[in-house]
Design a protein around this ligand. Structure first.
Ligand SMILES: [Zn+2]
Length: 381
């Protein structure tokens, strides 16, 4: 067996134990105090490794963590390596009581956020610990950015991610892989819109003709938007939430729809935005208020991303593992780094399944493999 793989196999239970400590700190997005607390806990782990840590608290959200390591490994091109992850999860406080951290005989570890992405953070810390302890060489300075609002669209962290990405030769993203450890070289872009229709209220029995039905107005647009789906091209548009009216005997004065857009190409996303923003009222006297836009640009499967994947594939092969890649419809902070032209490899978390679902788990046997791969990537990029 490869020496590094052997080393991490012996250390597997230590990674699991740190994973457990991270999972047992529940950190839903916007839970400011728990997110501040986990950032402090993780910051201490980084400081033990000699990292210089900056904590950025954001009122109402939590704390972003930026750790800088290997600062003496100044590469001649002046660029750093960036690793991006997040400390928040989609699970509300109290989930742990119902779904406690547990290890099964089948070799899986379960718990809220274990797959997305507490175990990958533990694996990264272990990789960095090994680099220090074994005195392994590295090529360039490393910045690790762990944000606290990725699961709600990275509203307060996007600028930080982009600022660090601009200084980086490559970005590695610790999001969960597709089952089988399959990494992600492309992601769809995402847009969101809120469309509000305004009509006029009236008594449905006494004065029906005096009313303007906002639900009917918005229904026209819902059907028009549904017709824009182009599955072959990967352009999808989902009216996922629709609210309106007050009670059945009143003509509704207001209705609101929330729309999710996905696209492989930025130009398709921009075209969708223009189409939505140009919607015109269909009923006499109705009005529309339209808010929104592109939230995450697509992470196109660029030659840079493919070259980075090929490099990782070579390292994985040395570890006796065949690494595969794919493209997916979901977004991550990798969308931001890739859109700046920075080579990006996403899905570097631990193999498993069930992100955002009750059966969320990791495969324990993948911990040494992925930790070794992360180590080799940090060493060689
Ligand atoms: Zn995630």
């Amino acid at each position: 067996m490869n020496a590094l793989l052997e080393y991490f196999t012996a250390r597997r239970d230590d990674v699991l134990s740190l994973t457990r400590q991270l999972v047992e700190r529940e950190t839903p997005s916007r839970a400011e105090a728990p997110l501040r607390e986990i950032a402090a806990f993780v910051a201490e782990r980084f400081q033990e490794l000699g990292a210089y840590v900056e904590l950025t608290p954001v009122a109402g959200y939590g704390t972003h963590l930026c750790a800088r390591l290997h600062q003496d490994a100044a590469h001649t091109d002046g660029q750093q390596l960036l690793i991006v992850g997040h400390l928040d999860t989609v699970w509300p406080l109290g989930t742990l009581a119902r779904l406690p951290f547990r290890i099964t005989e089948a070799g899986t570890a379960h718990g809220p956020g274990v797959f997305d992405m507490k175990a990958p953070i533990a694996a990264l810390l272990e990789a960095l610990r090994a680099i220090k302890q074994l005195n392994l060489s590295v090529n360039r300075p490393l910045t690790v950015l762990l944000t606290c609002d990725e699961e709600i669209g990275s509203r307060t962290s996007r600028a930080l991610v982009e600022e660090e990405a601009r200084k980086s030769v490559a970005a590695l993203v610790l999001e969960p892989p597709i089952t089988g450890g399959v990494v992600k070289t492309g992601r769809k872009g995402i847009g969101v819109y809120e469309i509000k229709a305004k009509g006029r209220a009236a008594h449905a029995g006494l004065d029906p003709t005096k009313g303007i039905n906002a639900i009917v107005e918005l229904a026209h647009h819902t059907l028009a938007l549904a017709a824009l789906n182009d599955y072959e091209r990967g352009v999808t548009l989902n009216v996922g939430e629709f609210n309106g009216g007050t009670t059945s005997n009143v003509v509704p004065a207001e209705a609101v729809a929330h729309v999710d857009l996905r696209f492989w190409q930025q130009s398709d996303g921009e075209h969708l935005c223009r189409t939505i923003e140009a919607l015109q009222p269909q009923l006499d006297g109705a009005e529309l208020e339209i808010k929104g836009g592109i939230n995450r640009p697509p992470m196109e499967r660029s030659p840079r991303n493919v070259a980075l994947f090929e490099h990782a594939r070579g390292l994985a092969a040395e570890l006796g593992h065949e690494l595969k890649d794919t493209v997916v419809g979901g977004g991550s902070d990798g969308n931001f780094t890739a859109a700046l032209g920075v080579a990006t490899l996403d899905g570097l978390g631990i193999d498993g399944a069930g992100a955002h679902a009750e059966h969320e788990h990791i495969l324990i046997e993948d911990i040494p493999r992925r930790t070794a791969l992360l180590t080799r990537l940090i060493q060689t990029l």
